[in-house]
Design a binder for this molecule. Structure first.
Ligand SMILES: [Zn+2]
Length: 82
């Protein structure tokens, strides 16, 4: 289960050396955004699940102020789970 705004770690780090990505779109394809450089990547869901290592921070626990590239707005306790 993933929620928009979750921070995840992939099996392979991004080219910039950071391995912390924000889930910015959920659907047939999943878009993740590198928290080191802001670069976004679109992956088919199956590939995302294959490349995912673990979930780092749940969306409602992200401190957006510490993540300059974080874009998902905090939606409070009623945010939609996918
Ligand atoms: Zn990066």
């Amino acid at each position: 289960m993933y929620t928009l705004g979750d921070l995840v770690q992939m099996k392979k780090q991004h080219a910039c050396g950071t391995n912390r990505f924000e889930v910015v779109r959920l659907g047939m394809d999943i878009r993740i955004k590198c928290m080191g450089c802001g670069h976004a990547v679109l992956l088919p869901r199956r590939e995302f699940e294959k490349k995912l290592k673990k979930k780092l921070v749940l969306a409602d626990q992200v401190v957006a102020a510490d993540e300059p590239y974080y874009q998902t707005l905090q939606k409070g306790p009623n945010q939609t789970n996918f």
